[in-house]
Design a protein around this ligand. Structure first.
Ligand code: AMP
Length: 376
């Protein structure tokens, strides 16, 4: 099986590491000549609009997938004319636009934060009036890790938030959403095969700081919430006729009666950072399951690696820290992506698996301290 991957980041690298065991070979298309996946497959360096590079990339491949969700849909369509592309390009297009994403959730009865599309300062003022404050103004497209977002405490902040995202332009494609006063953030990573079979990983609790995922803990432990989150993910996958791994990020909100409700935030049409713990913590990793799904192979089990097991993952952001020190922490599995260290950049992660979630939290805290990683 010769698999092409659009994007050559760490997600592509981990897909290839999982796929090599199945005998798959990989080719990546990425604008950067030092993309992290370059050491685990062939790398075609080229821009997404470079027809020659796309031609070289696609030649001889059995199928194509993506690890980067902002691949222009036009490039994915061009490739899909010649070679099967999974997940379907329509799913990519939906996930690329926060407005389409929210409309999809709502059409399936899945709650989201109240929101309004915004394309001018006047529309932003009306949106803040209608939706309420505090809130977050976001670019509809191409935002990631908290980039392309501006917070508004009150209606007085509209001018500053507009200027921060538009650099003074008079129109832009934005969305304003009400700030969700959540108790915690969770995500579901699920997989669907072409024949409609689905499998869901345990609900994962995620800790973000400054818009970037810092740590994940699984399973979250609330069985009723997990069943609802799984049902929502299945509904989204079915609507999109999805094939492959998808993640949905959700907020857990406590209502006045103390009951937990779920508010959907966004869809990632690919393997996801909050599923990295599945490499050591689940029977089948999200990377292997994505490849199984797109290659038409049976899906692997998504349960914890052993009954009663817990997993915790710490992202290494900006710097990997001392590898020997990390590996001296009992049970640490270090994954370094071979990227240049730079502020705010994901350069690796560490996973711990065990039976006592408090011990895992302590180990995550110890490695965060050692590697200079913030958790709040
Ligand atoms: P996003 O790019 O939409 O995933 O946002 C990144 C992070 O910002 C989320 O994981 C949350 O921690 C926070 N965030 C985004 N939207 C909201 C919201 N409407 N209310 C509260 N926090 C949010």
């Amino acid at each position: 099986m010769r698999v092409g991957v659009l994007g050559g980041g760490q997600l592509g690298r981990m897909l290839a590491l999982a796929g090599h065991r199945l005998g798959f070979t990989f080719r990546f298309l990425d604008p950067s000549s030092d993309a992290p996946a370059r050491r685990v497959g062939e790398l075609v360096v080229g821009d997404w609009s470079d027809a020659g590079a796309i031609e070289r990339f696609v030649s001889g491949l059995d199928l194509v997938t993506y690890e980067f969700e902002n691949v222009p849909a036009s490039a994915a369509h061009r490739i899909a004319d010649e070679t099967p592309v999974f997940p379907p390009v329509a799913a990519l297009e939906t996930a690329q636009d926060r407005l389409c994403e929210k409309a999809l959730f709502n059409s399936l009865g899945i709650p989201t934060a109240p929101y309004a599309p915004v394309s001018s300062l006047a529309e932003l003022e009306a949106a803040v009036d209608g939706v309420g404050a505090p809130g977050i103004l976001k670019t509809r497209r191409a935002g990631y890790d908290g980039k392309g977002q501006a917070r508004l405490g009150t209606a007085r902040d509209t001018g500053a938030a507009w200027a921060a995202l538009t650099q003074g332009a008079s129109s832009a494609e934005l969305i304003y959403e009400r700030f969700v006063d959540f108790e915690r953030e969770v995500s579901v990573v699920g997989v669907r095969s072409a024949d409609g079979a689905t499998a869901m990983y345990p609900l994962t609790r995620n800790v973000h700081a400054a818009g970037i995922l810092r740590a994940s803990f699984a399973p979250d432990g609330d069985g009723a919430l997990e069943r609802r989150a799984h049902a929502a993910t299945r509904a989204v996958m079915e609507r999109l006729r999805y094939v492959g791994v998808m993640a949905i990020e959700l907020f857990v909100v406590r209502d006045a009666s103390g009951a937990s409700t779920l508010v959907a935030n966004e869809i990632a049409p690919r393997v996801h950072n909050s599923g990295h713990w599945t490499i050591e913590g689940a029977v089948t990793s999200q990377f292997e399951n994505h490849l199984r799904a797109i290659a038409g192979l049976p899906l692997g089990e998504t349960s914890m690696v052993l009954p009663g097991a817990h997993a915790a993952m710490l992202n290494l952001i900006g710097a990997t820290g001392p590898l020997a020190g990390t590996l001296a922490i009992p049970g640490a599995h270090a994954h370094l992506y071979g990227k240049q260290e730079r502020e705010g950049r994901k350069v690796g992660h560490v996973t711990f698996v065990g039976t006592d979630p408090r011990v895992l939290e302590d180990r995550v805290r110890a490695s965060a301290e050692l590697c200079g990683q913030r958790l709040v």
